[in-house]
Design a protein around this ligand. Structure first.
Ligand SMILES: Cc1cc2nc3c(=O)[nH]c(=O)nc-3n(C[C@H](O)[C@H](O)[C@H](O)COP(=O)(O)OP(=O)(O)OC[C@H]3O[C@@H](n4cnc5c(N)ncnc54)[C@H](O)[C@@H]3O)c2cc1C
Length: 171
């Protein structure tokens, strides 16, 4: 049997969390579905780790251990992620569901986690599933530097500490 909600939000990134928490606080019965980590790109691989890294790098001095800086970035990121996860799990009117959502009919979804599938329906469904990075193809501008390009979803602790970082946005 399916569970019914006023609104289902797919994706607990910055966008989805804002919508879901806002509606729940207004008294709507909301389900928030996340397939990976609460916080989406911003908390896990985007704004938070990149700005923490930049901030810590400014205070880097010879003799300091770069690995400790990366560990600090991960520690701060994990602390924020835990706080956000806790918030969505304990908010009144909000049901947090961990799993990948899939449309099975208009206004009907299935969410599978650990082999268990839940059927959900809603009056409104918000798709806040973010975007994926496009891989850089060889261009003159990047010729010779392609093996230095680090995608944001590479796990942070796998990054070897670079001397310089040049953020690039590709449309
Ligand atoms: C390196 C980097 C630095 C950045 N710095 C900044 C900054 O300083 N300031 C700023 O404003 N922005 C910054 N951004 C951009 C910011 O991270 C994004 O704009 C923001 O994360 C987009 O949020 P979103 O909710 O739209 O999508 P996302 O954060 O991508 O969230 C989408 C979520 O949906 C989930 N999902 C997808 N499909 C499904 C499914 N079928 N079922 C369940 N869940 C699903 C995903 O797992 C994900 O958690 C940065 C981005 C990067 C990569």
């Amino acid at each position: 049997m399916s569970e019914h909600f006023s609104t289902i939000v797919i994706g607990a990134g910055s966008g989805g969390m804002t919508v879901a928490i806002g509606l729940a606080r207004l008294g709507r019965k909301v389900a928030l579905i996340e397939g990976h980590h609460v916080g989406g790109d911003c908390t896990n691989v985007g704004c938070v780790p990149s700005k923490t890294l930049i901030h810590l790098a400014k205070n880097f001095r010879p003799g300091m251990n770069p690995d400790e800086i990366l560990q600090e970035v991960i520690r701060k990121r994990d602390a924020l992620r835990d706080k956000e996860t806790e918030e969505v799990q304990h908010l009144e009117n909000l049901t947090f569901i961990h799993g990948m959502a899939k449309f099975t009919a208009p206004k009907k979804l299935s969410v599978t986690q650990d082999g268990t599938t839940r059927e959900l329906t809603a009056d409104n469904i918000v798709i806040a599933t973010g975007a994926r990075p496009r891989m850089i193809v060889s261009t003159m501008a990047f010729h010779g530097y392609l093996n230095c390009v680090i995608r944001s979803r590479v796990r942070i602790h796998k990054i070897l500490c670079p001397f310089r970082i040049c953020p690039v946005r590709i449309k």
